[in-house]
Design a protein around this ligand. Sequence first.
Ligand code: GRG
Length: 321
Amino acid sequence: MHTFAELSQQFDLHFKNRQFPQQPEHLYDAAQYILDLGGKRVRPVSVLLAQEMFSELKTDALHAATAIELFHNFSLIHDDIMDKAPLRRGKDTVHSLYGESTALLAGDVMLVRAYEQFSKMDTAYRNEAFDLFNQTAREVCEGQQMDMDFENQSDVVMNQYVHMITLKTSVLLAACMKMGALIGGASPACQDHLYAFGKNLGIAFQIQDDYLDAFGDPEKFGKQVGGDIQSNKKTFLLIHALQNTDQATRNELEKLLKSSDSGKVDAVLSIFKSCGVDAWAESEKSAYTALALEHLEQVKAADHAKIHMRHLVQYLMNRES
Ligand code: GRG
């Protein structure tokens, strides 16, 4: 059984070989560029951690982890185009370096490369893993569309927002856990508990993401701090503030959201603080984390097999980027 850091190293060894041919250079360099920017590798390592809870590390888990990391990076490229984001992982986004058309195509080819990983897998679980991957990709698309729809909707309430985030972000982490368990030979019940573990952890992860976007350290965050506020994005923080403040502050917040003043981010942050949004986010994050851990406890595996998964939870909830 390995730690997050050890599995991260194993994954990087497997993944560092150039994933694409050389030609056409412009297309494949764009695709390779985002992979070389790194990232935390939380999703692929989660596949490996989950698999190792049930059996010795298998090459098929590395194939699944590769598929998922390719998919994740593909979705980041497309997301950055949709958001017109200048920075990703502290560096220029793919579209700002290579242009939108190449960035779209680079994302597409990464998705195809992700699909190719499944044909390498043992037929005992290949179809199930592939179905899980496709179901997840479809849900991520649905979540992304809901997120865009919410931009023009002023009355989004918390449970709608949680549903959107579950689709857009959490189901991928849930699928990583379940896919690892499936490849590892876990029972369907254990696979389902790990799915629920990943789903709740994913929601807590997004709360942390929203928190960092508003209150993070710009030196460490890797993206523009205040970017969500600047682009009027619905976040856990904004929805909570809108639902839990007096009418005058709500009016002020709504007026600020429509403006493009240079002081907008600071003014919204100051309202967030006066509504106690930061403390609330911390307690929500803890609640979802506790729910995730309850599901982890239900998984029938030796306690020492769960230790590294608990460390992952700690790491994700205390991260600064
Ligand atoms: C699924 C066909 C299909 C299309 C994709 C663009 C899109 C539709 C969905 C967007 C999904 C998306 C980008 C969700 C955000 C997930 C998220 C929290 C990303 C940040 O993850 P980190 O912090 O990033 O793990 P690193 O850089 O560490 O990898």
